[in-house]
Design a protein around this ligand. Structure first.
Ligand code: PMP
Length: 424
């Protein structure tokens, strides 16, 4: 079917809230390229929102998934456990930098992992409150909607949000929130809103994903760790977007040396198969009773096979090196654009988690979400998929596979440059 025919079906049958504004339908893909239903090739700088750090359909993952399909697709692990789940748990426990010996539970999506992490934190501490950060993003279920540090479009018209969610400022010095102020804000939240003795957990993304690719410094993360330790609060890092090699290390928190009590991971851990995990210190992970965590599909054997293949790819190929080198190339290009265009500013990256900002001018720094949307639209017309992000919607973020071929990367970056030259 053509894009046009598929669009007509979509308009008729897909709920407006679940529909994509994109009128190109993906047909097939390889590494950093996707072809649509009309055969048009697109360069993919979005990676399905950070899911494809090792590229579309990595051959080793495809082979592992195919082999698993021939053996076992489902039992529900609470009905009858299987090897893949246990192996993924072992692999994540060994690689995740949480305090002490780590145990694991698997879920299906990032939001579900966050929900479970909070359930575990509540049962482990006997406390109920949770503190999250401005600009943070954790998902679209009720609790995670309440935890998101941006109301629109996520909370929409969906009615009252669950309570006992409190917020602190995330440090974004470029937009006037220094690390010192942010830290004071967190201390104030603990004084004025969320009594430390009632606070189960502080959730933080080491690098804000949807919120704008702003990295918290090692010092800030260490200070959050100290505050958690002082009050017996669990520090939970949400690495759903920043994990699995995006920042040049397996997990972004490793740049700080901080050991969280728990982590949530998903996205690039399975190269596109749906799966997520909570990884945490054993005493916390073991705090709730049998059958208190889980779900019909959690840790599907097919997704587990994909995770194990992804972990092998990280061992066999230099994915972290590629991520670092990609980050360096992007930073260099951002610097060039900043010199070239008055509206391009605040190029930033931690490894290949890279973004720049579109503003009125470098002095005024007024966010230009309208320009970011135009850049995205024009790039699409020229065959490049990019995404915006940020509290102000004015950042362009790059989440292309770190395995992207040099010539495809260059071609994509040249499209961005061309578009900026046309619109700036
Ligand atoms: N946490 C973070 C940091 C995310 O970036 C996302 C998704 N963008 C989520 C949680 C939610 O993940 P999912 O969409 O798989 O529920």
């Amino acid at each position: 079917m053509s894009n046009k025919d598929l669009q007509a079906l979509k308009d008729r049958y897909v709920a407006a809230g679940a529909a994509s504004p994109n009128n190109q339908f993906a047909d097939h893909a390889e590494n950093s390229e996707v072809w649509d239903a009309d055969g048009k090739r697109m360069i993919d700088f979005a990676g399905g929102i950070g899911v494809l750090n090792i590229g579309h359909r990595h051959p080793k993952v495809v082979a592992a998934v195919k082999a698993q399909l021939d053996k076992l697709m489902h039992t529900c692990q609470t009905v009858m456990p299987y090897e893949g789940y246990v192996q993924v748990a072992e692999a994540l426990s060994k690689v995740a930098p949480v305090r002490g010996h780590a145990k694991v539970m698997l879920a299906n999506s990032g939001a579900e992992a966050v929900e479970n992490a909070l359930k575990i934190a509540r049962s482990a501490t006997g406390r109920n409150n949770v503190i999250c950060f401005d600009g943070g993003y954790h998902g679209r279920t009720f609790m995670t909607m309440a935890m998101n540090g941006k109301v629109n479009p996520y909370q929409g018209d969906f009615g009252p949000m669950p309570g006992l969610v409190f917020r602190a400022p995330f440090p974004v010095p470029y937009h006037g929130m220094s690390e010192e102020q942010a830290l004071r804000g967190l201390e104030m939240t603990l004084k004025t809103d969320s009594n430390p003795k009632d606070t189960a957990a502080i959730f933080i993304e080491p690098v804000l994903g949807e919120g704008g690719f702003y990295a918290a410094s090692p010092e800030f993360l260490k200070a959050v760790r100290e505050i958690c330790d002082e009050h017996g609060i669990l520090m939970i890092v949400d690495e759903v977007q920043s994990g699995f090699g995006r920042t040049g290390k397996m997990f972004a928190i490793e740049h700080s040396g901080v050991e969280p009590d728990m982590m949530t991971v998903a996205k690039s851990m399975a190269d596109g198969m749906p799966i997520s995990a909570v990884v945490g210190t054993d005493k916390h992970m073991d705090s709730s009773g049998p059958n208190s965590l889980g779900g019909t599909y959690t840790g599907s054997p097919v997704s587990c096979a994909a995770v194990l293949a992804v972990m092998d790819v990280f061992k066999e190929e230099d994915i972290l090196g590629m991520s670092q080198r990609l980050g360096e190339k992007l930073a260099k290009r951002f610097a060039k654009w900043q010199d070239q265009f008055e509206c391009v500013d605040n190029g930033r990256n931690l490894g290949a988690m890279a973004a720049f900002e579109l503003v009125t001018d470098k002095k005024g720094r007024e966010p230009r979400a309208d320009l970011a949307a135009q850049v995205m639209k024009k790039a699409k017309e020229k065959g490049l998929i990019i995404l915006t992000c940020g509290m102000h919607g004015n950042s362009i973020r790059f989440l292309m596979p770190v395995t992207i071929q040099d010539d495809v990367l260059e071609e994509g970056l040249n499209i961005v440059e061309e578009v900026l030259a046309e619109l700036a």
